[in-house]
Design a protein around this ligand. Structure first.
Ligand code: CA
Length: 225
């Protein structure tokens, strides 16, 4: 088990590092946000411990960026204050749990263990947005516990949108990546498939996930107005 700790307060970082090493985890420490983001993306970690206030890039930005790029590694956020807004924005940005500083090592360790267990269970072939889940191995999709049957093109389209969740994907991107072709007259075909996909994925649910960005393309997001 390899853990990345992005924390600029040296005392806390070494306190965490010492404790985790005693528990036989491999630990990497980064004090700078930008460098931490780079490390997180370049190595396969089982868990990331992420401070919010960091030089370079802050923890919220890093977390959001990692999720945007499809990394599903469990993230435990450290908040300096007991501020509600920090916790909310931390969880909103895609963190799995948070801990307020100062904390007892035993509590930290309990969170770490629980996140590592969770990370093992939800292995990386599951894409999730809100209650929508796509299993890349079984090629199955369900939302709110209901199985959704898709054609292979609809499935590929949904997978592409979910891999780029919260990002606008253009019709050109869709035609190139889902149809493996790029020609301009494709828009209509894409729109028809998106309509069918919406009927299946969004129609009977209270929160719509697939949204049209006029003149550009589409976005799959739970936060879109
Ligand atoms: Ca800090």
């Amino acid at each position: 088990m390899r853990i990345l700790v992005i924390e600029d307060e040296r005392k806390i970082a070494s306190f965490i590092q010492r404790g985790l090493k005693e528990e036989h985890y491999a630990v990497d420490i980064e004090a700078d946000g930008e460098q931490g983001l780079f490390q997180a993306e370049s190595n396969a970690y089982n868990l990331i411990v992420l401070d919010i206030m960091l030089p370079g890039k802050d923890g919220i930005f890093i977390c959001r960026e990692l999720r945007k790029r499809g990394l599903k590694v469990p993230i435990l956020m450290l908040t300096a204050r007991d501020a509600l807004e920090d916790k909310v924005s931390g969880l909103d940005s895609g963190a799995d749990d948070y801990l307020t500083k100062p904390f007892a090592f035993e509590e930290f360790l309990a969170r770490v263990r629980s996140l590592l267990r969770r990370g093992e269970q939800q292995s990386s072939h599951l894409l999730r947005v809100l209650d929508l889940q796509l299993d890349q191995l079984a090629h199955r999709v369900h939302r709110g516990g209901v199985d959704i049957v898709l054609s292979s093109k609809e499935y590929a389209l949904l997978e592409f949108l979910m891999l780029h969740k919260d990002q606008v994907v253009t019709r050109t991107m869709i035609s190139e990546h889902v149809w493996n072709e790029s020609f301009d007259s494709f828009t209509n075909v894409i729109d028809v498939h998106v309509k069918h996909l919406r009927d299946k994925v969004d129609k009977n649910f209270s929160v719509a996930l697939i949204h049209t960005i006029r003149g550009t393309g589409y976005i799959l997001s739970e936060h879109h107005p």
